[in-house]
Design a protein around this ligand. Structure first.
Ligand code: BGC
Length: 748
């Protein structure tokens, strides 16, 4: 007993001491920021708020890996006191660099910083959205839409850990990721950068990524800092084109678009990038209500905001909201933008300086923004790193463990949507024809932000990675015939493909999209182009069984073809290991378990999402996508049963415990994600017919069953009330899992 009391006292003391020392560290950091701020000139402060692109100081004619024009870099850092830089080197051609080059770049920047008066470190930002995209030979994961399809957030934690480590080896740390936008507009060319249409799924995956990337302390040598983007409402353009207006009411914003950012802030993301477009007539960069009232006042965000590319200028040049570039700077800074991704000149610096000197932007606002930026720089440990060397490549960069996680993520992200009469898996000795524009390219599996912004330079892709065709060839013991081109745009000889099909057992037809991102990916219809449809229809007409594989960032309409195909595999953007993952599934070397994180539309104008309102599914309307949210087959079978809530009645502030049993009733070991939905039976604001609130993925042997427990919180039952405040309303709620429903009541 004495011993127990002693150890309790010791533990309590150590908690108090650790608590105190954490508090002391915090206080001393705060003091350092205050001292630093007090010693800064206005010019130095405005410089901290300025972010420039590498091209501003890139060498015109670089020699070897000397990519920097030293004079221009010194001008940026010493004359303009620039606080932040972004992007991969513009010269030779805006592409991924070797680790050595990155280290050299970062070292050069540090050595120029060391010559500055206050030696404030630069914070360097990079888009490492599915791995370290701008570092050669890095581990490139499935894109976010695929990560969500795994329904396995542990993989997202691992992706974050690995990406942070690989960036730190290069000397980089700040990642413009994760995308916390909700993908509810399938035309939008950045849909695949999101975790899909569901708020809960996106919140869980984004938070998991942040946890992995940042750990408990993002100044640790193998961790980094994340940037939530693009706050807020960017993903829902009315006409589907990138950077066009969204019309989102305050209720819809709070219900669908804010919660994932709220989750990201809770998970500890210290920076946020702003919506490049506009919502409800107000450009993201001019929206005081979003950037200050909600973000700071309600969500309690303490870090700094960064503009998106050139977007302060665009308040004048594009939006005609400001009457001059100077007014644009004033509007943005006063709305709550702390750092401007200018990024190609020093205009923001010059204009903000003038605005501060004339008092049009008060010093208090400048000090506030700079304090936030310096705080994050301190928290990231950047001040201590001026002297330190980056993490060693060995054991940290492109490791066998990272490869294994990536392979696992790719496999778990592939959705088997249809499998008539169990045509899949195929026998390895089957004679197959492989054709279609996405069959033999690595770029189509990876999408945008891969080695280059658009990800479409096939020549940059590693020769040892496998396309779908090459992976099938590797695994097949039969004859594999390929009819296709070498680039996405190559027209496939339909006659030749049909002729060849006659001698085959099976056709594997790979359709889809070329890589793209942002405005360059805009389309006018979700329909596939005629050339692909012609190829598909001609092959289907041969009567040979067709396995349809789609690859690409958006759900392009394949209804007629999918109905005739014997099996359909939805690959989306499974990353560098995606070709092999698809072949593994085709030949049964892996039992598929991916599930759709979006509703796959049947027709281009039939965009009804799974969490629609009752009115959207009343006859003659219906929620009848080609494949619904959460759909995905296995080579095994799973059944859920015994869904039960612990009690019939709950108080308003009580959590709800529930359980359900899942059983593998098939003959193969496999994984299954169990999805828990709720429905508020009657409410003062119309509620979706169901909403995902929890999920778990389990791995079960044939015949094995597992009881799963879930806890729903009052927040899970809440909605945005008539007065636009989040609330729980007493009444009946349904829990829906598989084919079962149970009801409970919440009482006042
Ligand atoms: C994109 C952002 C990206 C930024 C920096 C912008 O065009 O919208 O997502 O982080 O460029 O590359």
């Amino acid at each position: 007993m004495k011993l127990l009391i002693k150890s309790i006292i010791l533990m309590t003391l150590s908690f108090i001491i650790t608590g105190c020392s954490v508090r002391n560290q915090e206080q001393s950091k705060q003091q350092s920021v205050e001292n630093l701020l007090a010693s800064m000139t206005l010019e130095e402060k405005v410089g901290q708020m300025t972010q420039i692109d590498f091209s501003v100081f890139g060498a015109q004619a670089p020699k070897g890996d000397d990519l920097i024009d030293q004079g221009k870099l010194e001008e940026a850092l010493l004359k303009y006191h620039i606080g932040s830089i972004l992007n991969t080197p513009s010269t030779p051609n805006n592409k991924a660099q070797t680790l050595q080059t990155w280290r050299k770049i970062m070292q050069t920047i540090k050595s120029v910083t060391a010559q500055s008066r206050l030696k404030i470190p630069v914070i360097y930002g990079i888009d490492a959205i599915h791995g370290a995209t701008y570092i050669q030979n890095s581990t490139l994961f499935p894109q976010a839409i695929n990560m969500a399809a795994t329904f396995n957030p542990d993989l997202s934690v691992k992706e974050g850990e690995i990406t942070a480590r690989e960036l730190r080896v290069a000397g980089l740390q700040w990642n413009f990721s994760p995308v916390m936008d909700i993908g509810r507009q399938p035309l939008w060319p950045r849909l695949w950068e999101t975790y899909g249409e569901d708020v809960h799924l996106a919140s869980v995956f984004g938070s998991a990524y942040i946890k992995g990337y940042q750990g408990d302390d993002f100044s640790s040598p193998d961790k980094g800092l994340t940037c939530l983007k693009h706050y807020v409402g960017y993903s829902y353009p009315f006409n589907g084109k990138d950077r066009t207006p969204a019309w989102i009411s305050e209720r819809m914003l709070r219900e669908y678009f804010l919660p994932s950012f709220e989750a990201g802030i809770k998970a500890g993301a210290p920076t946020i990038m702003i919506n490049s477009s506009e919502v409800d007539g107000i450009p993201g960069h001019a929206n005081y209500h979003y950037l200050t009232t909600i973000l700071r006042g309600e969500l309690g965000f303490k870090g700094f905001t960064v503009s998106d590319w050139e977007d302060i200028k665009r308040l004048y040049t594009r939006d005609k909201l400001a009457a001059s570039p100077k007014e644009a700077v004033k509007i943005a800074v006063m709305a709550g933008v702390d750092m401007s991704m200018v990024p190609s000149d020093f205009s923001f610096y010059e204009l903000l300086l003038q605005l501060a000197q004339s008092g049009e932007v008060p010093m208090t606002r400048i000090d506030e923004a700079v304090t936030r930026i310096l705080n994050v720089k301190f928290q990231a440990g950047l001040f201590d790193q001026q002297q330190t060397v980056p993490l060693t490549a060995e054991g940290n960069f492109a490791t066998p463990e990272a490869l294994e996680i990536n392979q696992q993520a790719a496999r778990e992200s592939i959705v088997l949507a249809k499998n008539d009469h169990n045509i899949l898996p195929l026998k390895k000795d089957a004679r197959i024809l492989v054709t279609g524009p996405t069959a033999n390219l690595l770029s189509v599996l990876n999408g945008g932000w891969t080695f280059t912004w658009q990800g479409d330079d096939e020549s940059l892709y590693p020769s040892d990675k496998l396309t779908v065709l090459k992976a099938l060839q590797k695994k097949s013991t039969g004859k594999v015939t390929y009819v296709g081109g070498t680039a996405f745009a190559d027209r496939i000889d339909i006659k030749k493909a049909v002729e060849s099909a006659k001698n085959q057992d099976i056709i594997i037809l790979c359709l889809g999209e070329k890589p793209y991102t942002e405005v360059l990916g805009n389309i006018d219809t979700l329909n596939l182009d005629q050339a692909q449809l012609d190829l598909a229809n001609a092959l289907l007409a041969t009567g040979k069984p067709v396995i349809l594989v789609t690859i690409g960032g958006r759900p392009r309409v394949i209804t007629a073809q999918a109905e005739q195909a014997k099996a359909v595999i939805l690959g989306f953007l499974p990353g560098m290991e995606g070709g092999e993952a698809i072949a593994d599934i085709i030949y049964g070397d892996y039992n598929p378990n991916g599930k759709l994180p979006i509703s796959y539309p049947r027709n281009t104008n039939d965009i009804v999402l799974y969490d629609h309102k009752p009115i959207e599914a009343l006859e003659p309307n219906a929620y009848r996508p080609l494949y619904p949210f959460g759909h995905g087959l296995s080579y095994s079978h799973f059944e859920t049963s015994d869904l039960a809530v612990e009690k019939d009645t709950y108080a308003m502030d009580e959590s709800i415990n529930l359980s359900v049993t899942v059983k593998n009733t098939g003959h193969l070991k496999g994984k299954e994600a169990v999805l828990v939905y709720i429905n508020d039976v009657a409410a003062s604001v119309t509620r979706p017919n169901k909403q995902l609130k929890a999920f778990k993925k389990v791995d079960l042997n044939p015949g094995q069953a597992e009881k799963l427990n879930f806890t729903l919180t009052p927040r899970d039952l809440s909605f945005i009330g008539v007065d636009l405040k989040r609330m729980v309303e007493p009444g009946e709620f349904k829990v829906l899992v598989g084919n079962e429903t149970v009801v409970f009541t919440v009482k006042n």
